[in-house]
Design a protein around this ligand. Structure first.
Ligand SMILES: Nc1ncnc2c1ncn2[C@@H]1O[C@H](COP(=O)(O)OP(=O)(O)O)[C@@H](O)[C@H]1O
Ligand SMILES: [Mg+2]
Length: 246
């Protein structure tokens, strides 16, 4: 039980008469890399908004380390679907942003910022402004900012949806590297089945609205994974069969 990081218990969310999440229960183990896949509009973002308490569940609850989730207590970072950097801040100021909000001592901020900037390979660009950076570098700034606070849990909402495929693979590999190194519990939302099979340890497959769990599936593939390999394609097709929302 002690390695349970997030516990979702009978989570139900309605907007007026619209039933979005219908009695969802699942657990996320500490250090897990969970992908949540489901059709557009099934309530993936709503689920994350329930974790961050932007929305109150209609019923049910979300526990972190056995207690109702509380962002003042639990160290949760998130990268939204429409992620962005702050154009008036340099790379290092962007990365330090979350730590400044948390009013960490300057020495600690500097140490954490140096560490994550190095991890994502932006040392040479630390004094650049976002307008001077490419899409992939901007994504690294966002990732560095999310990891700078040493989150226990990282929530990512379709972060690579807008990127071209080559860049996506590269950033996915970098994310896997950071996850292996830091052991952060990651909940990664995507509607891209290939992406889910490529990066996840477990895949939570959701149905159409009203949304329930179709299946929680352990990803059987070892790493590194190759999207063109027979076994990869088999697993991808297996997940596709389970989803079939079209
Ligand atoms: N604040 C809100 N008020 C009313 N309806 C909402 C609100 N947020 C989301 N919804 C509805 O809930 C459903 C799920 O939305 P969302 O969580 O954004 O889906 P997903 O992220 O899976 O694409 C959609 O039908 C959406 O219109
Ligand atoms: Mg969404």
């Amino acid at each position: 039980m002690n390695d349970m990081k997030v516990r979702v218990k009978s989570l139900t969310k309605k907007f007026g008469d619209l039933l979005v999440l219908d009695d969802i229960s699942f657990d996320v183990k500490k250090g897990q890399f969970l992908c949540v896949v489901g059709p557009t509009g099934c309530g993936k973002t709503t689920f994350l908004n329930c974790i961050t308490r932007l929305y109150e569940p209609t019923s049910g609850e979300i526990l972190v380390d056995g207690e109702p989730v509380d962002l003042r207590k639990h160290n949760v970072s998130y990268i939204f679907q429409e992620y962005s950097t702050m154009p008036w801040l340099t790379v290092e100021e962007n990365v330090a942003f979350g730590l400044r909000i948390k009013k960490k001592p300057e020495a600690e901020i500097k140490e954490s910022v140096d560490e994550v900037i190095e991890m994502v390979g932006l040392q040479k660009f630390r004094n650049y402004y976002p307008s001077q950076l490419s899409a992939s570098m901007l994504q690294r700034v966002v990732i560095a900012r999310a990891f700078a606070t040493k989150p226990d849990i990282l929530l990512m909402d379709e972060p690579y949806g807008q990127l071209d495929i080559e860049l996506r693979f590269k950033l996915e590999d970098e994310l896997i590297g950071l996850w292996k190194k830091l052991g952060t519990t990651i909940i990664f939302i995507t509607h891209n089945i290939e992406e889910a099979v490529y990066i996840s340890e477990d895949i939570l497959i959701l149905t159409n609205k009203p949304t329930t769990i179709k299946q929680m599936m352990a990803n059987p593939l070892s790493r590194p994974r190759v999207v063109t390999e027979k076994r990869f394609i088999e697993v991808r097709e297996q997940v596709t069969e389970l989803i079939k929302w079209w």
